[in-house]
Design a binder for this molecule. Structure first.
Ligand code: INI
Length: 178
């Protein structure tokens, strides 16, 4: 049996982050723990690009556009959709999850779902807290794992087929050639 795994060494990889401003008291914590998580695994500040959007609904289009530039090894989406009393919750959470999945497949780049969907504000606070569930840090780890495993799989496909798949960001590809 062959086992293919991603690694936790993210040095030289590039990450895009899309973060929603809606429920900023939660999303700002997701963002800081996500950046901390990337840095802990060797990602340089210059290799992280953050784009802010109004709310979770706007995340998929921006994530897809960023991914299609091929400047990132993975794109991370951060947001918080809190149920409250409004049917908005159902529409927005369904749309953002479907949209992010579709964007990743369209762009052929890992796009990570770091959007909290919770019943209450208390749950959202708990999940964004770096000392508790730390969903921002987890999104960073998932992005690194996906970026590295996709590189391995694509390099293998390149070897087997004899032609190049678009593997990773333009910058990290150039670094690998050196
Ligand atoms: N956006 C969120 O990110 N979280 C929410 O909980 C939310 N609620 O509940 O309405 C929300 N709404 C805004 C939405 O994402 C768009 O920004 C807005 O509809 C403009 O398109």
């Amino acid at each position: 049996m062959k086992l293919r795994k991603g690694s936790h060494d993210a040095m030289g990889l590039r990450f895009g982050i899309v973060v929603a401003r809606f429920n900023k008291f939660v999303t700002s914590k997701l963002l800081s723990s996500c950046i901390d998580g990337l840095s802990k695994h060797g990602v340089k500040p210059d290799d992280i690009e953050v784009v802010r959007v109004p709310g979770a609904f706007e995340i998929p289009l921006v994530a897809r556009t960023m991914a299609r530039t091929k400047r990132f090894d993975a794109v991370i989406c951060l947001g918080a959709v809190i149920r409250g009393d409004t049917p908005h919750f159902e529409y927005i959470s369904a749309e953002v999850s479907r949209g992010i999945g579709q964007a990743s497949l369209d762009a052929d780049v890992p796009i990570i779902f770091g959007v909290l969907t919770t019943h209450t504000i208390a749950q959202a606070i708990e999940r964004s807290d770096p000392a508790k569930f730390n969903r921002g840090g987890e999104a960073a780890k998932s992005a690194i794992e996906m970026a590295t495993v996709m590189k391995t799989l694509r390099a293998e496909a390149d070897r087997l087929t004899g032609h190049k798949l678009t593997s990773g960001s333009i910058k990290s590809r150039a670094r690998r050639k050196r």
